[in-house]
Design a protein around this ligand. Sequence first.
Ligand SMILES: *Cc1c(COP(=O)(O)O)cnc(C)c1O
Length: 454
Amino acid sequence: MIDDPLHALVQGGLSKLALEDPDLWDAMLAEQRRQAGTLSLVASSSVVDPSVLASQASVAVNVTAEGYPGRRYHAGCEAVDDIERLAVDRARRLFGARYANVQPHSATTANYAVLSALMRPGDTMLGMALDSGGHLTHGSPAAYAGRYFHAVGYGLTETGLLDYDEVAELAARHRPRVIVCGATAYSRTIDFRRFREIADQTGAYLLADISHTAGLVVTGHHPNPIDHAHITTCCTHKQLYGPRGGLILSGEDADGAAPIGSGTLGDFLQRTVFPFYQGAPALNVIAAKARALAIAAGDDFRATMGRVVALSRVLADELASKGHTVVSGGTDNHIVLLDLTPLGITGVMAERALQECGIVVNKNRVPGDTKPALVTSGLRLGVNSVALRGMGATQARACARLLDDVLRAVRADGPRHHLPEAVRDATRAAVADLCARFPVPGYPVPASVLSKAG
Ligand SMILES: *Cc1c(COP(=O)(O)O)cnc(C)c1O
């Protein structure tokens, strides 16, 4: 018998859900089974710790608390103030930042809060082009950033490396108000110091968006932009293995003057999130952020990030040695980007064939891609989830073998794909075996997964 209210509330809620809403229950259960029985190589996803999940299921969700700890527009915020202060303190310590705002609902929201506070409609920004690996919020014409600002895009050199000379040249020519660095599909280290030099030469603010590499940054496996960029943003659900949400951070520049209005840059960023861009924060999510940030400061997390870079390198090397085209020639982070053009198949065909086998990846455009975003010529792979599951170099080689088997066997059949049954069955069995042997720590392995493993 559990007699504390936290357990009682969540367990009571689960029982009620099972009883009263079987449709929703079944869909949630199916998703839990799917995750347990598939190999996720989706670069933009990870898996939360069960204690992160539990933090998000707290009654902090019931609190409306516009404003910041100690300065709210509502009463009754003492306990949630403590939750938010914990999250802010942990974010600052983890990144070595002077300023942290944990309220953004996502990285998209964090970026748009910053961009729309720094710029007026029509002002110029410079970000990595979507096709070269940049994010929608960095200036894509398909997104708000590209529609409301004059967005200029930089790209890659012939060898697939970030073209800093082009960044410098475009910055000198267009004099952007903001330069954005950071990427969503780029597998190499980013030189934040170089970006800051360019920003300083052209009088721009530098925004570093490290959504993809935040975990590697906090463990020192990737350079930290905090004291190079004026402002750093990231999401908490990719490499921090936390809830869906965003962070805004600042280092040495936080105490400098506000770009607009009174006070410091830190004061400006506080105003930027609330009241300028967002309403009340999601305090249950902030509780989950606080928990994830604490885990990210621990030794287990450091070991996981060590495995991330090791696994990713093995995956890239093995695929290259089997004749596949790795964009940028390799990887320094968790991402391996494949160009499928030489195989004569599209990204969507490969994605679907792999999904049939229980391997989840995402199609992705590659530099110079002529295919639309829902077709593409590439695949983006990432190892955050498999590293968390405790897999090592041996399993990375096994993954490369499975990917190679499927990618070589899949054939274009008009716009559809065809995968021979024998390849599908053998791959499925190997995937089930890996999933059963490497469960996510703290997650139960459903009987349906164990029964499929050899
Ligand atoms: C994923 C991503 C985002 C958007 O994150 P959301 O929290 O899903 O809005 C922003 N920037 C980069 C570089 C990303 O990779």
